[in-house]
Design a protein around this ligand. Structure first.
Ligand code: ATP
Length: 363
């Protein structure tokens, strides 16, 4: 039977789920991958599965249907209607090819039905016109359009994995690689030059002319609050996430604000030396730090940098003598060989061993 031949009932948007509604469980990644991946993800309509949810979602559907009689309840806020999640119970529509079925609405919408094995299914119409059929217990709430690209994820009405990914991607597409989650800063590695750094930006954050999330903003707060108590910035992430670059950006801001004594340049100049002995090319990162680093920067009472202490630990020592296919040992070995006169290059093996011992004693 063709769905097009049916008269679809009017669908009413709801701007939030009934009070007391909870979504438990984890994102069903499989579902996203199998059901139109990015498009479904970008709709924010992907989610969790649990027996409780089955019951709860059943309740939602019924309650939504009850509410559908009173449309004024749902039309009160236009801002929420652009990307509304619609629930509607209707008769079975069989296994027809839903991809080709035109539906009479533009927004993301959901209709549900009970299949033979009693698990609820939903039909979702994406903004680009695609129609998908998914298990209803795999859906979570989408946020309204006005929350697209918020700079603090805490502002989202529905904080779930698809909503977070959608917001981060939305911002990333506009070169906004930084997003706040309360006091935490999330950075997406752009792997390209983004116009977010340099003196103009440093000045803007110094004068508080902008409040966009940024490493500069975090560092600025650290400088201002260190009068009261010592401050720390912890940078974490997987290999290649951008920790080293982020630390350098923070240090540049510290140098720009707390500079004057000249020590700031000495601190910045330690980076190439440490990286020569402790960084190497890996399959994930051409300049991977193979050691941990704790940098302490001291400020005088006048707010100027007065000294620094850099501790390194957990160097991956085995890399000095062996590494995986496609990876390299520490940069220093190649730099020394590259700069050595031809007469010395013939003794490369001996030089590598010597430098290996040197790097062990340094760390
Ligand atoms: N803010 C950024 N802008 C542009 N490119 C960046 C930025 N952050 C990181 N990158 C790119 O990503 C690469 C990897 O970053 P980085 O070395 O800082 O990662 P990491 O987290 O320190 O990795 P590892 O743990 O392996 O040392 C950099 O060499 C650079 O090309």
């Amino acid at each position: 039977m063709s769905l097009a031949s049916k008269t679809l009932p009017v669908l009413h948007p709801i701007k939030s789920l009934p009070p007391g509604f909870k979504v438990n469980g984890n994102l069903t990644r499989d579902l996203m991958e199998s059901q139109g991946d990015a498009k479904l993800r970008s709709s924010g309509l992907v989610g969790s599965s649990s027996p409780e949810n089955d019951a709860l979602i059943g309740d939602v559907s019924e309650e939504s249907q009850d509410r559908a009689g009173g449309t004024s309840l749902f039309n009160e806020d236009l801002a929420y209607s652009g990307k509304a999640v619609l629930f509607e119970d209707r008769a079975s529509i069989g296994d027809e090819n839903l991809e080709s079925v035109p539906l009479p609405f533009q927004t993301i919408s959901v209709s549900s039905r009970e299949s033979r094995n009693f698990s609820l299914e939903s039909v979702i119409s994406l903004p680009d016109g695609k129609v998908l059929k998914v298990k209803q217990d795999s859906l979570v709430s989408a946020n309204p359009d006005i929350l697209d690209g918020v700079d603090d994820l805490m502002q989202l009405s529905y904080l779930n994995e698809p909503s977070i990914l959608y917001d981060l991607q939305y911002r990333y597409n506009q070169n906004m690689i930084y997003t706040k989650v309360g006091p935490v800063l999330v950075a997406i590695n752009p792997f390209k030059k983004v116009p977010l750094y340099g003196n103009n930006y440093i000045e803007a954050y110094k004068r508080k002319a902008t409040e966009s999330p940024h490493v500069y903003a975090i560092t600025d707060r650290v400088i201002r609050e260190q009068d009261e108590v010592n401050q720390s910035i912890i940078i974490s992430g997987e290999s290649g996430a951008g920790k080293t670059v982020t630390a350098k950006i923070a240090m540049q801001y510290l140098a720009a604000l707390g500079g004057g004594s000249g020590i700031e340049y000495e601190i910045l100049k330690t980076n190439p030396i440490l990286e020569a002995f402790g960084n190497a090319k890996t399959l994930r990162n051409d300049n991977s730090s193979r050691f941990g680093k704790l940098i302490e920067i001291n400020f005088s009472e006048t707010g100027k940098i007065s000294g620094a202490n850099i501790q390194t630990f957990l160097l991956e020592k085995s890399r000095a003598v062996q590494c995986n296919e496609g990876e390299r040992t520490y940069h220093i070995f190649y730099q020394l060989c590259g700069g050595a006169p031809p007469s010395l290059r013939g003794t490369k093996d001996r030089m590598s061993c010597t430098m290996g011992v040197l790097s062990f004693t340094r760390f």
